[in-house]
Ligand binder design. Sequence first.
Ligand code: ATP
Ligand code: MG
Length: 268
Amino acid sequence: MAKTFCVANQKGGVGKTTTAVNLAAGLVGHQQRVLLVDLDPQGNATMGSGIEKSDLTKSVYHVLIGHATPQEAVQRCPSVGYDVLPANRDLAGAEIELVDFDERELLLKTALSSVVHDYDFILIDCPPALSLLTLNGLCAANGVIVPMQCEYFALEGLSDLVNTIKQVHAKLNPDLVIIGLLRVMFDARMTLQQQVSEQLLEHFGDKVFSSIIPRNVRLAEAPSYGMPGIAFDKASRGAQAYLEFGAEMILRVEAMNLTQKKLTEVKS
Ligand code: ATP
Ligand code: MG
């Protein structure tokens, strides 16, 4: 059964989509079966996976409102071979339409339950807001991956996200944990970034992934070719970092499974 992870940070432009797309590709590189869910009306993860968002007849929007099954809407990323539940601007209306639905924060979780056995990983790319869409992502997930740039204000924004995750954990999804903070667009030559990185490690300890994603122009160029960086230039430092991050995620999931097994044994 798949483990599901949300890539979330309400701050815009911090590298959520780059992380979701390249982690999906990195996991495929480690022989994992992956579904990438684009939960952002911008449709960047869709386009970055080589799927034209303006051509979609069925998208995650139709899945959320119950007009399509995930199987009907899923498409394959042509360059790497993970599946994508794509999105486009249709999804922007969902926030308002979904207000009338019962259990509106659980719609994605319910929809994905029919495909959890088809994958090892389901990754959800969230929009830059703590909105109903993000809430659906958090309710469907076992864990949250938080990409962040090591900048002066990074820690401030993090507390809102951590509070939201705590509330979702307490009220809606007891499974949910922050699986880790991922340092992205990292430039080791900048003293400030080194300092913030050290602060992160002090505050969050082993919640900080040991993989670090460098600032790398090949990762930024890849989406305009409709490819994850890993397909566009596998040898680049950015692609290699995401491959390493994929391996680290697999280890974290193994550790999660082990802890769960122990808990079940203690309970029974
Ligand atoms: P949004 O909040 O709008 O959804 P996001 O958090 O998904 O944004 P991305 O779209 O992944 O952020 O990244 C923002 C910009 O930074 C993009 O132009 C992307 O190509 C670039 N970028 C992301 N990661 C890197 C990196 N490691 N090196 C260089 N450029 C990067
Ligand atoms: Mg994005």
